[in-house]
Design a binder for this molecule. Structure first.
Ligand SMILES: CC(C)(COP(=O)(O)OP(=O)(O)OC[C@H]1O[C@@H](n2cnc3c(N)ncnc32)[C@H](O)[C@@H]1OP(=O)(O)O)[C@@H](O)C(=O)NCCC(=O)NCCS
Length: 156
């Protein structure tokens, strides 16, 4: 049995849990690697304001992925950012993070979840479509670099 994945990381158990302050350094690394390029303060902001919907995927004591969500109104959730380490993509980690986040939103009473994704990001779009999101609308010049966004929505 092969105990390594294609990128040479060991295959192992994965835990989805809330972000903790000790995850900060690895989460910043992950954000940079996934081209999020967010201000690191964003992570602190989500931890302080939305701790129940800021999740990480931990494996062997390392952070392999994270999702930042928040309830933007009593009935509406928003997925702000999802990222998986490049060496761990394609293993179902993004799907696990999103599935757990949707379940938490459901428990919080959210009935609709919204997200935006870059027009060229087909991989993420496919994941969201697989998870039951539908295209709500498209916005040109949405991001600072001029790329457009597709806005997706899912009912819970
Ligand atoms: C988008 C991203 C989070 C997906 O995470 P992931 O852990 O690799 O995705 P999963 O392994 O859970 O795959 C879920 C689905 O994504 C799609 N997918 C995954 N890898 C893919 C690939 N190499 N090519 C095309 N689609 C792919 C498939 O639909 C897959 O479902 P399947 O396994 O049933 O075929 C990850 O690629 C990433 O971090 N990208 C950079 C940051 C980013 O773009 N974030 C999204 C911001 S909106």
């Amino acid at each position: 049995m092969n105990s390594m994945n294609a990128a040479g990381f060991p295959k192992d158990d994965l835990t989805i849990r809330r972000f903790e302050p000790s995850d900060f350094r690895e989460a910043v690394e992950l954000d940079t690697e996934a081209r999020g390029d967010h201000d690191p303060y964003l992570l602190t902001f989500f931890f302080e304001n939305y701790p129940t919907t800021f999740l990480v995927a931990e494996t062997n004591g390392r952070i392999a992925g994270m999702v930042l969500g928040f309830r933007q109104s009593p009935l509406e959730g928003r997925v702000f950012w999802l990222a998986v380490r490049s060496g761990r993509q394609g293993e179902g980690i993004g799907r696990r993070l999103m599935t757990e986040l949707l379940e938490i939103f459901r428990r919080l009473g959210v009935i609709s979840v919204i997200l935006e994704v870059r027009t060229r990001n087909r991989r993420a779009q496919k994941l969201y479509l697989d998870l039951g999101f539908e295209i709500a609308t498209a916005c040109k010049n949405y991001y600072p670099d001029g790329e457009g966004a597709i806005i997706m929505r899912r009912s819970l």
